[in-house]
Design a protein around this ligand. Structure first.
Ligand code: NDP
Length: 296
C-alpha cells in the first residue's frame, strides 16, 4: 500500500513535480498550496485533471505554510481521512536577489518565515501523529547554496536555507527514537523549470540597492550567467522529483541522510559529506550512534 504524503509548496516547480512523481509511484499525495480558490486555482485544477487522466491519487489541499491554523487544518483533514500521515516533504520556499544591506529587517524575517519557520509549523502539526505511529519520514528540500560556490546577491535566502538545514540535522536525531526517518534533498541551482528565479523577492530599500548596482550590477549579471552556464543545458529539474520518489520507496532505515542533485557540481556535496562524517563520528564518540537511524 502507498504512503500518505503531504508536499508543501506544490503549486509549481519541484513541489508540483514531486507530487506527480510520488502519485505515479502509488502514493496518496496531498499537494499543499495556498490560495487554491484564486491565485493557485489553476494549479489545483491542473493537478485534479492530471490525477484523473493518470488514475493516481494526487489531491490539492489548501495549505499556507505562513499560517499555523491553515497548516493544522490541512494536516487534520489528511489524518481524518486516513488515520495517519507517513511522509512530509518540506518544499515551500522563496528566494531573494539583491545586496543584503538593501533588504529591510522585516523582509529578511519574511524570508526566514517562508523557508524556515514554515517547516516548524508543519512539523508541530505532523510530528505528534508520526510519534504516535512510531513511524514517519521527513524529507527536506535543502540547497547546495550555503555550502558551494556561494555567489553574492542571494544572502537572505542562503542564510535561511542554511538555517533550515541546521534544523533538519538536529530534528533528525531528536525524532529517530520515535521511528521517524529524515532525508535532506540537496538540489543545485536550476534556473529553468521552476519559479524560483522568476519569483525572487527584491530589496525594499531601492536607494541603497542602486548604490550597489552602480558598482556591482554588471559583475552580478555576469556572475549569475556564469553560474547558470556551469549547469549542463539538459539539466532536468524533474530529476529532483524522481529522486524523492526513489527515496520514499526505500525501506525504512535504508534511506540516505542526504541526496544530491547538482548538475553544476558546485562543491557543496564535498563540504556536506565532511560535515556529515564529523556529525556521525561525534555521535559514535559520545555513544549515541542509535540516534543516526530511525528506531525499527
Ligand atoms: P518555485 O518558486 O517554483 O516553488 C516554490 C513553491 O513554494 C511555490 O509553490 C510557492 O507557492 C510555495 N510557497 C511559497 N510561500 C508559500 C506559502 N506561504 N505557503 C505555501 N506555499 C508557499 O521554486 P522551486 O520549485 O525551485 O523551489 C522549491 C524548493 O526548492 C524551495 O525550498 C527552494 O529553496 C528549493 N531549491 C530550489 C532550487 C532551484 O534552483 N530552483 C535549488 C535548491 C533548492 P506560490 O505559487 O503560492 O507562491
Amino acid at each position: 500500500m502507498g504512503s500518505i504524503v503531504l508536499v508543501t509548496g506544490a503549486s509549481s516547480g519541484f513541489g508540483a513535480m514531486i507530487t506527480r512523481s510520488l502519485a505515479g509511484s502509488g502514493h496518496v499525495v496531498y499537494a499543499g498550496m495556498r490560495n487554491t480558490a484564486d491565485r493557485n486555482a489553476r494549479a489545483a485544477a491542473d493537478l485534479g485533471a492530471y490525477a484523473a487522466e493518470h488514475g493516481v491519487q494526487a489531491h490539492p489541499i489548501e495549505l499556507d505554510v505562513a499560517d499555523q491554523s491553515s497548516v493544522d487544518a490541512a494536516v487534520a483533514q489528511i489524518v481524518d481521512a486516513h488515520g495517519r500521515i507517513d511522509v512530509v516533504v518540506h518544499n515551500a520556499g522563496h528566494m531573494t536577489l539583491g545586496p543584503v544591506e538593501a533588504f529591510s529587517v522585516e523582509q529578511i524575517a519574511a524570508v526566514y518565515d517562508t523557508n524556515v519557520l514554515s517547516t516548524q509549523r508543519v512539523n508541530r502539526a505532523v510530528l505528534p501523529h508520526m510519534r504516535r505511529q512510531r513511524d514517519g519520514l521527513l524529507v527536506w528540500i535543502g540547497s547546495t547554496s550555503a555550502r558551494g560556490g556561494t555567489p553574492p546577491w542571494l544572502g537572505p535566502y542562503f542564510a535561511a536555507k542554511a538555517a533550515e538545514d541546521a534544523l533538519a540535522v538536529s530534528i533528525a536525531a531528536e525524532v529517530s527514537r520515535f521511528g521517524i526517518e529524515s532525508t535532506i534533498v540537496v538540489p543545485g541551482s536550476f534556473t529553468t523549470g521552476t519559479n524560483h528565479y522568476a519569483h525572487a523577492g527584491h530589496p525594499d530599500d531601492e536607494t541603497t540597492a542602486k548604490q550597489y548596482d552602480d558598482l556591482y550590477a554588471a559583475a552580478i549579471d555576469d556572475l549569475l550567467a556564469k553560474q547558470a552556464a556551469l549547469s549542463p543545458a539538459d539539466a532536468d529539474p524533474g530529476e529532483v522529483a524522481r529522486q524523492v520518489a526513489t527515496l520514499v520507496g526505500l525501506p525504512k532505515g535504508q534511506r540516505p541522510f542526504r541526496v544530491y542533485i547538482d548538475p553544476a557540481q558546485d562543491g557543496a556535496e564535498e563540504v556536506f559529506r565532511i560535515g556529515d562524517r564529523i556529525h556521525r563520528d561525534f555521535y559514535r564518540t559520545v555513544g549515541y550512534e542509535d540516534l543516526l537511524h530511525p528506531a525499527p
